[in-house]
Write a protein that binds this ligand. Sequence first.
Ligand SMILES: [Zn+2]
Length: 173
Amino acid sequence: MAAEAKERGCPCGGKLHRACYRRKPRGGPPEVEGDRAYRRRLSFCCAEEGCRRRTTPPSALFLGRKVYFGAVVVLVSVLHQGPTPTRLARLQELVGVSARTVRRWRQWWLETFVESRWWRAARGRLRAPVDEGRLPLSLLEAFAAAEAQQQLVHLLRFVSPLTTTSAPASLVF
Ligand SMILES: [Zn+2]
């Protein structure tokens, strides 16, 4: 998506230069968290003097300004649906996330996300209606793929418009 944005260039016609934001991702294994490629949010700046407008493409890696990887926010929320205390404890240990944060993410999916203007428009593009009381699992199920990993990538790409700076502030969580 970043490559496509760079290819399109600035609305003024200028070329885009890379001007990334620094990120400090959480929820991944140490070797991933420490990888330079994951420690930046791809963004561009117009090279044209007098314009310099910033273009930040959608991201499938990060969900808004949340510090945890988007994949973690989705998967932990899914696994939290009907959790047993043991499962939740294991989850917290695995990604280093507090029970409070997980509850906040669940609330975000069930309230902020479903009430967003973007979702109200986008849900119609899905083949079948999604049970909003079972998000994000129901959304994951909406993307048929041979492998669970691919399903997750489809979901993250689908919700990626939420991650651009033009998204309403209430969606930046
Ligand atoms: Zn420009």
